[in-house]
Ligand binder design. Structure first.
Ligand SMILES: NC(=O)c1ccc[n+]([C@@H]2O[C@H](COP(=O)([O-])OP(=O)(O)OC[C@H]3O[C@@H](n4cnc5c(N)ncnc54)[C@H](O)[C@@H]3O)[C@@H](O)[C@H]2O)c1
Length: 592
C-alpha cells in the first residue's frame, strides 16, 4: 500500500531548503523545517515570509492562504522534532560527509518506514544511503531552483532503493504538481550533468576575458531564449554549491570540462557566493536580493567610452539568401540607405520579392504601417554589380559559408570600397581574421554575426579580430543599437559566444542518450521544466539540423582540441544515415 505522506521534514533552509518548505506547505503538508542554529532557522523563516509576501502582492495567494501556509510550517533547530515525519528531505550543503552524518542521525529519529530523501545535485545517493541502517528507504529527490517555480524533480533510484519507496516518492512529486523523472545514481543526474559543463565553460569565457559578464549572459538570453544567462544563473545557484557539484562531477567522470574553473574557488574563498552573499559575478542590493546594482565591472553608458565613431549612413549587403535578405530589411526599416548585391539580376529580383513579402507580412500583423513599408522599400537598391558598393560606409557580407568564396569577396571589397568603409562578415564559424588578412585594411574588418531570422532576433555578436580597430568595434556596436539590435562583443574564436556554449551542451545530450542513461523525452523534459529552456536538446537539434550541428561541433573540436568536444558518434551516424532532423522528416524523432 502506498504511504500516506502528511507531515514532512526539511533539513537545511538555504537556497533550496527554504523553497522546498514552501512547496510542501503550499500543497497542504505539515512541514517541520530544521536548520543548524537559531540564526539559520530565522533566515529560513524570513525567506518563507518574503517569498509568500511576493505571491500575495502579485495576487497569486490570498492573505488567508498565506497565513494558513505559514501556519503549517514549524521551524526548529532540533533534529529530534522530525520524529513524526513520514518523509524527510535533506538540503544541507553539498558535502558528502555532512550529508552522511545527518542521514545516520535522522535514521535513528524517524519511524522505520519513513522515507529519507536527499536533494543532492551530484553526490552519490547510494553512499548517503549506506550511512543509514536501512538504505532501502533512501532516495534522491532533486528539486530545481527556485523550487516553488520549477516543475521538474529528478527522483534518484539507487541499486538498493525499494520499488515502493521510489514509486511513493514519484507519486508524491506528482501531488506537488511536479513532473518527476526517475533516474539512476550518476553525478549530476540528467539536468546538472548537461547544465554544468555549459556553466563552467561560460565561467571560463569570463575568466579569460573573452567577453564581459553582461555580454555572455545577454548572448544566451537573446540568442537562445534562455530565461537567464549562465553567470546570473551561477549566482542564483550559489558559487559554493556550483563548485561542489562540478568537483563531484569531475571526480566521477574525469571530464576536464567539469573541472571547476579556477575563479569559482577563488570567489568562494573570498565569500563571493552569489545572490545569497550579495555578491558573485554580479553585485546585488543586499544578500538574498535579486536586484543587480552597478559595480566597477558595469559597462559605462553609451558614449562615455571615449572612442570616436565613424559615420554610417549608406550600408551595403552582399548575398541573396535568408540572412542577407533579413539584414537588408533590418537596415532599411531603421532608415539606412541599403545597396544589396546579388550574383544575377534574377537573384536581385528574388531578394526584392522576398523583402517585399516579409514587409507585407509585418503590415498584415499590424507591426508596420503601410507608409513605413513603402519608406523601407524606397531605401533599398538591388544590383548585380559589386562596384556599386563604392560609396557605402559599411558592407555586411552574408554569402555562402565557404572561406575561399569569402576571401575572394573581401579582396574585391577592399579594392572597390572607399577608404574608411567598414567591411563586416556575418560568418557563424569561419575565422574573421582570414577575411581581414586578404585586405589592405585589416583594421576595418569585423564580424557581425546576426541570428536567423535577422528581422526578429535581437542579438548580434560583434567579433573583433587581433587587427580590428577599437573605433570600428565601437561604430558597429553603435550601429547595432541604432537598428534595434543588442550587440555583444567577443574575440575571433570558433563558435563566438553562443555556438561555443550551445553546441557542446547539445553534443553532451546526445552522448547521454547514447549511453542509455535517459531517453530523449526525459532529457528534453529535464532541460525544459528543470532549467526553463525554451526547447529540449533533441527538439532543438531536429530544428537546427543534425548536419549543421555536426559541422559546428567538428569546428569547435578542431579549434579547441578539447577531447570533450569530439562529436558524439551517434550524431555522426544519424547524419551518415541521412536523418538530419525536421528537414529530412527524421532525426532524433520522426515527423509526419
Ligand atoms: N542551489 C541550487 O540551485 C540547488 C538546486 C538543486 C539542488 N541543490 C542541492 O541542495 C542542497 C542544498 O544546497 P543550497 O544551495 O540550498 O545550499 P545553501 O548553502 O544555500 O543552504 C544550506 C543550508 O543548510 C544548513 N545547514 C548546514 N549544516 C546543517 C546541519 N548540520 N543541519 C541542518 N542544516 C544545516 C545551512 O545553515 C543552510 O541554511 C545541496 O545538496 C545542493 O547540491 C542546490
Amino acid at each position: 500500500m502506498a504511504r500516506d505522506f502528511s507531515t514532512v521534514g526539511v533539513i537545511g533552509l538555504g537556497t533550496m531548503g527554504a523553497g522546498i518548505v514552501e512547496v510542501f506547505a503550499r500543497n497542504g503538508f505539515d512541514v517541520v523545517a530544521v536548520d543548524v542554529d537559531d540564526a539559520a532557522v530565522e533566515r529560513g523563516r524570513t525567506h518563507l515570509q518574503h517569498s509568500t509576501d511576493r505571491a500575495v502582492s502579485r495576487g497569486k495567494l490570498t492573505p488567508e492562504d498565506q497565513a494558513a501556509l505559514i501556519g503549517r510550517a514549524t521551524f526548529t533547530s532540533d533534529l529530534g522534532d522530525l520524529r513524526d515525519c513520514q518523509l524527510v528531505v535533506e538540503a544541507v550543503p553539498e558535502q558528502l560527509d555532512l550529508k552522511k552524518e545527518i542521514f545516520a542521525k535522522v535514521d535513528g529519529i524517524v519511524a522505520p518506514d519513513a522515507v529519507l530523501a536527499t536533494n543532492t545535485s551530484s553526490l552519490p545517493v547510494t553512499e548517503i544511503a549506506v550511512a543509514t541502517n536501512n538504505p532501502k528507504r533512501v532516495v534522491g529527490m532533486h528539486f530545481f531552483n527556485p523550487a516553488p517555480v520549477l516543475k521538474f524533480v529528478e527522483v534518484v533510484r539507487t541499486v538498493v532503493t525499494e520499488d515502493e519507496v521510489f514509486e511513493d516518492v514519484t507519486g508524491l512529486a506528482q501531488r506537488l504538481g511536479k513532473q518527476p523523472v526517475v533516474v539512476g545514481d550518476k553525478a549530476g543526474f540528467i539536468a546538472n550533468a548537461l547544465l554544468f559543463g555549459y556553466l563552467n565553460h561560460a565561467v571560463s569565457m569570463f575568466e579569460s576575458r573573452y567577453a564581459s559578464r553582461e555580454d555572455i549572459d545577454a548572448a544566451m538570453r537573446l540568442g537562445c531564449g534562455y530565461p537567464m544567462g549562465p553567470l546570473a544563473l551561477m549566482d542564483l545557484i550559489g558559487l559554493d554549491t556550483a563548485y561542489e557539484i562540478l568537483d563531484t562531477m569531475y571526480k566521477q567522470g574525469r571530464d576536464r570540462l567539469h573541472a571547476p574553473s579556477p575563479i569559482i574557488k577563488q570567489m568562494v574563498s573570498a565569500g563571493l557566493k552569489g545572490r545569497k552573499s550579495g555578491r558573485g559575478f554580479y553585485t546585488y542590493a543586499e544578500p538574498d536580493s535579486s536586484q543587480v546594482v552597478t559595480d566597477p565591472l558595469t559597462p559605462r553608458p553609451e558614449g562615455e567610452d571615449g572612442v570616436e565613431k565613424r559615420q554610417v549612413s549608406r550600408v551595403g549587403v552582399v548575398g541573396s539568401g535568408t540572412m542577407a535578405t533579413g539584414i537588408v530589411e533590418v537596415f532599411a526599416k531603421a532608415g539606412y540607405d541599403v545597396v544589396f548585391v546579388a550574383r544575377s539580376e534574377t537573384k536581385v529580383e528574388a531578394v526584392q520579392a522576398a523583402l517585399t513579402k516579409s514587409l507585407e507580412k509585418a503590415v498584415q500583423r499590424g507591426k508596420l504601417t503601410e507608409e513605413a513599408r513603402d519608406e523601407a522599400l524606397r531605401h533599398v537598391t538591388g544590383t548585380a554589380q559589386l562596384d556599386d558598393l563604392r560609396d557605402v560606409d559599411l558592407v555586411v557580407e552574408a554569402v555562402v559559408e565557404d572561406l575561399g568564396v569569402k576571401r575572394a569577396l573581401f579582396e574585391n571589397l577592399d579594392e572597390i570600397c572607399k577608404p574608411g568603409a567598414i567591411l563586416a562578415t556575418t560568418t557563424s564559424s569561419l575565422p574573421v581574421v582570414e577575411c581581414a588578412a586578404v585586405t589592405k585594411r585589416p583594421q576595418d574588418v569585423v564580424g557581425m554575426h546576426f541570428f536567423n531570422p535577422a528581422q526578429v532576433m535581437k542579438l548580434v555578436e560583434v567579433v573583433s579580430t587581433v587587427s580590428t580597430a577599437p573605433e570600428v568595434v565601437a561604430t558597429v556596436q553603435d550601429l547595432c543599437a541604432k537598428v534595434g539590435k543588442h550587440a555583444v562583443t567577443c574575440g575571433d574564436r570558433s563558435g563566438f559566444i553562443v555556438n561555443a556554449l550551445l553546441f557542446p551542451y547539445l553534443n553532451d545530450a546526445v552522448k547521454m542518450l547514447e549511453a542509455n542513461y535517459a531517453t530523449a523525452d526525459a532529457i528534453d523534459t529535464a532541460m525544459k521544466t528543470g532549467c526553463g529552456l525554451p526547447m529540449g536538446p533533441f527538439e532543438l537539434l531536429d530544428v537546427v539540423g543534425l548536419d549543421v550541428a555536426l559541422a559546428i561541433q567538428r569546428q569547435l573540436y578542431l579549434e579547441f582540441r578539447e577531447p570533450g568536444f569530439a562529436p558524439a558518434p551517434l550524431l555522426e551516424h544519424l547524419v551518415t544515415a541521412g536523418y538530419l532532423g525536421r528537414k529530412s522528416g527524421r532525426g532524433f524523432r520522426t515527423y509526419a
